[in-house]
Design a protein around this ligand. Sequence first.
Ligand code: FMN
Length: 499
Amino acid sequence: MEMERMIDWAALALQTLALAFVFILGVAAAVVVILFIIDRTQTGDAIRRNYPVIGRFRHLFTTLGEFFRQYFFAMDREEMPFNRAQRDWVTRAARGESNTIAFGSTRNLNIVGTPIFVNAPFPPLDDQVGSTEPMLIGPGARHPYRAPSIFNISGMSYGALSRPAIEALSRGAAEAGIWLNTGEGGLSPYHLASGCDIVFQIGTAKYGVRNDDGTLNEEKLRTIAAYPQVRMFEIKMAQGAKPGKGGILPGAKVTPEIAAIRGIPAGQPSLSPNRHVDIANIDEFLDMVVRIREITGKPVGFKTVIGSVEPFRALFTRIKERGEDCAPDFMTIDGGEGGTGASPMPLMDLVGMPVREALPRITSLLNEIGLRGRIRLVASGKLVNPGDVAWAIAAGADFVTCARGFMFSLGCIQALKCNRNTCPTGITTHDPRLQKGLVVEDKFKKVANYAKGIIKDVETIAHSVGVSEPRQMRRKHVRIVQDDGTSRRMDRIFEDLTD
Ligand SMILES: Cc1cc2nc3c(=O)[nH]c(=O)nc-3n(C[C@H](O)[C@H](O)[C@H](O)COP(=O)(O)O)c2cc1C
């Protein structure tokens, strides 16, 4: 009897399973038929029209391939914009882990443009080396800035970045003793909370210090300058990822708070003009530098991208004619390889000289015209690992600023979604659910560790080339690999500035 009941149960279970299977099969077949009809009748996509249903896998694999390549297929030095070796260095430094590697370098040293540092026959002993001294910027301003660190955080606006990202950067900057540039989105309470040194950027829309017509509001500027921790002002003339094009913040990222800080309507795209409406030539630019310095009493510099050196020869020559009092206190050279929250692809790909060429050229020009001691040089553009930063200091930079390196220290996985509101790591999104992933208490330490790790290793390179601190490195300490496979001293390469 018991046996018969068990057989009945088993038969029933089998029957139900079979029915469920047939049902699922039926639903699947119906879905395939519906997709087939949709694909065959739609007109926008040739592959799906010609190969209904199967054609959809191409889209799926194209999308997923972007991620799979990163994890499984791309070699350590292969990906763009940053390869795994570069990102891993940041991650290890940010975690405060040892950044020594074993067995041998995976870097191909034959690639044209690779910098090779010239090791000294008798490097200094550990007790003969020092750390980088603070450097004075804007000696003529009422409140000059003694900048403690060679390595600092480049402009990224509150808007492009999320609130927890700004909080972590700001606390990390305070912890490491480096400056934080606000980017063009104005000053928020999250920049200020930690007490870190701040460089306030005045973008082409002058967010935070604007009149409705886009001109400078002096009252608002005075209010910003009254914060003691705002140390300098940077006029953004151009940025490497989009020279000639203003900032772009999609409407989805313009929250009411961000709109209020910027002085614009919420929910609508925040588009800044391609240049300052009140700066159309060299004299208007120098007038603006002087005006902002007089109002704020603080050093004033500018950020730009080099297309050719000629406009800068004209600028520096005009400064000499008018007198050095009108000179900007610093100049940030952003390479054409720079990043952004959003930019048209042709500008990102093709416009503006890479920093590897721009920086030595502008340094030489400043030397030639006699302004090298007056205008401090800041360099940015994929300078995210110690070798990049050391190269820039040797090439002439007084300071290096970095944006995406600090994003990696916050946990960025290079998902390339900064222009949407869907960043999976919470760094460039205002979606509270995604922001939960970015825990400020943990990340600010990583930001600080990364900065300290870079500085330590740049000092190591400086000692290896035979000087006691990074700013003593010169171009002769770097050789650049040429197309015939040999290397040439960097100081012999950028002699002709006229082309
Ligand atoms: C998400 C994001 C937002 C940015 N926002 C600004 C900005 O508001 N103003 C600016 O001058 N540059 C901005 N930049 C450019 C960086 O400041 C920097 O110049 C450029 O990315 C090169 O540095 P990197 O290679 O270290 O990233 C932004 C970059 C990123 C990635």
